[in-house]
Design a binder for this molecule. Structure first.
Ligand code: COA
Length: 532
């Protein structure tokens, strides 16, 4: 039998403590998510409504199939920056007429929906998801174009937005633009480069230059409607394929466009008959200790996210600090790599490299569950070839071609973050739990290393070392690194696709696996499985 047993004691003191810590973090996270939902705040939301317009999430709700889920991505984008949380753009994956699509929607209540540097990053990430998973892309457009004060950050890289649209089209991935309002200057190329366009009567404004700019450039007198109204584009320029009488009509037309794509998903849908985990998902709240120095068994997590809690472990007696094994999640086969004791040793690295190659031979997606402080340091390990072995693991991850999913449950430090398929290793999706922390190393270690280096430098110069100043600097550095390791901070910088409630992990991963199967799932070929 490969059904995982559990040692978690929901009546115990540890469980209660871990759960309380996690619920505290979730409450803080809710407060940050609320900022994204609030958009530009009550004044601008009310003004928008008075104009008879829908908010971006309302537009999405009408666009997707009734009561179907919308997997919103990166809602905390721009957190900790000078720009509003959410980056004036909503992105995610939703089902339209049975077709999984990437959907983006400008939030016109936030500085006219103008694109700041974080909006750009978020939009480019959405395009990347559409491309790698071969998902149709639907853009709900209403934007003041480039955020003019930050134009230097976005003008040059921002050209990729329009390039992406035509590249998606060339790759056979459909693109749809639904224009609800302003879409001027560079923004005009969103409908301009899309396969299908819908424009809303008396609302859409799609022109390279508005009336004042035209007056300045050529002296010509004009108005919004004749320069870029929906009716003009539908009847005269031909830029609008569909003329919508109002917003709900535009969303109805967009749904019809998607229905007519006749999109065929090459992979299977989730198995509706998949057996749920044997243990309560709610118990995922009580597993990760508030103090990440205390280890936890990731099998307790696996037992609460995979079908029937069934986990067929690979090499359980070898490299025991990394659990590897096969499972199914909503019916999809997955290979799982999960840190069990924090540190990655030589054996764990070799085991991971072998396991990743096996998954590639079998075309099975991989799921990385992070709780690692990195690769082991010290004389014995260096002499034992830890660099070589870590490199094998990183090589295997980097050259693997099956889709990867990463979830940061706890620590994700140093090269361990890379070996476990951190952001730079391009997992198809990466999510963090509120308990996660990620940095080059732990705050105390980093502050301690800086202190040793400063001490050695002072000694080399023959100068006395100021111990009081050292203590103050150490405390300051520790605080700074701690703050920069937190999931909201990292999510703000688009280093993940969102911070999720642990209880939602199975659902989120199931939605991702379903989305991933819109593209062929094929492993790397050309090498045999070799032992290391
Ligand atoms: N860059 C920076 N801020 C912008 C902006 C932009 N492109 N577009 C709008 N904003 C700001 C406004 O200054 C205003 O700020 P405030 O509330 O602090 O005064 C806020 O966003 C809302 O703009 P407002 O004009 O009141 O909203 P609106 O809904 O009536 O009109 C637009 C929205 C987008 C039609 C209008 O603001 C506009 O024409 N903007 C410039 C568009 C443009 O030419 N962009 C250049 C493209 S490259």
């Amino acid at each position: 039998m490969t059904v995982l047993p559990t040692r978690l004691d929901p009546a115990g003191a540890d469980y209660a403590e871990h759960r309380a810590a996690m619920l505290g973090k979730l409450a803080d996270l809710d407060a940050e998510h609320a900022k994204a939902l609030a958009g530009g705040g009550p004044k601008y939301v009310e003004r928008h409504r008075k104009r008879g317009k829908l908010l971006p999430r309302e537009r999405i709700e009408l666009l997707i199939d009734q009561d179907s889920p919308f997997l919103e991505l990166s809602p905390l984008a721009a957190w900790g920056s000078d720009y509003p949380v959410g980056a004036a753009l909503v992105t995610g994956i939703g089902v339209i007429e049975g077709v999984e699509c990437v959907i983006t929607a400008n939030d016109p209540t936030v500085r006219g929906g103008a694109s700041n540097p974080w909006t750009l990053r978020k939009a480019l990430r959405a395009n990347e998801i559409a491309l790698t998973n071969r998902l149709p892309l639907v853009n709900l457009v209403e934007s003041g174009g480039a955020d003019l004060p930050s134009q230097k950050e976005i003008f040059i890289p921002g050209g990729a937005l329009f390039r992406d649209l035509t590249c998606l089209s060339a790759a056979g991935i459909p693109t749809v633009a639904v224009v609800f309002g302003n879409s001027t200057a560079g923004g005009a190329y969103v409908p301009g480069m899309s396969d299908h366009t819908v424009m809303v009567k008396e609302r859409a404004k799609v022109f390279l230059g508005g009336p004042p700019l035209v007056k300045m450039a050529t002296g010509e007198e004009s108005d919004d409607e004749s320069l870029g109204g929906a009716e003009m584009h539908a009847r005269t320029s031909g830029l609008a394929d569909h003329f919508a009488v109002d917003e709900p009509d535009a969303l109805r037309l967009a749904r019809r466009v998607v229905a007519r794509l006749d999109h065929r998903k090459p992979g299977p849908d989730p198995d509706v008959n998949a057996e749920p985990p044997k243990y309560d998902e709610d118990e995922l709240l009580g597993i990760v200790p508030g103090d990440l120095k205390v280890p936890f068994d990731p099998r307790e997590v696996i037992a609460r996210i995979v079908d029937g809690s069934d986990f067929d472990e690979f090499k359980p007696l070898y490299g025991a600090s990394l659990a590897t094994g096969w499972a199914r999640l909503h019916g999809y086969p997955v290979g799982i790599l999960a840190n069990a004791q924090g540190v990655l040793f030589n054996e764990e690295s070799q085991k991971a490299a072998q396991f990743i190659q096996l998954a590639n031979q079998r075309d099975i997606p991989l799921l990385f569950l992070h709780n690692t402080t990195g690769y082991m340091v010290g004389k014995d390990y260096e002499q034992g070839g830890i660099i070589k072995h870590g490199a094998m693991m990183i090589n295997a991850v980097a050259n693997s071609r099956v889709p990867h999913l990463s979830v940061l449950m706890g620590a994700s430090y140093g090269a361990g973050h890379y070996g476990m398929c951190g952001r730079a290793y391009e997992p198809r999706f990466l999510f963090a739990w509120p308990s996660a922390k990620s940095a080059v190393m732990g705050p105390q270690q980093l502050a301690g290393v800086l202190s040793i280096v400063a001490r050695q430098s002072a000694a080399a110069k023959g100068q006395p070392y100021d111990e009081d100043a050292d203590a103050a600097i150490r405390a300051m550095v520790e605080q700074q690194i701690e703050a920069e390791s937190l999931p909201v901070f990292l999510s703000g910088r688009l280093y993940d696709d969102g911070v999720i409630d642990p209880r939602d992990t199975r659902t989120v991963l199931g939605l991702c696996l379903s989305a991933i199967h819109n593209a062929p799932v094929e492993g790397a070929r050309g090498y045999g499985v070799f032992r290391m």
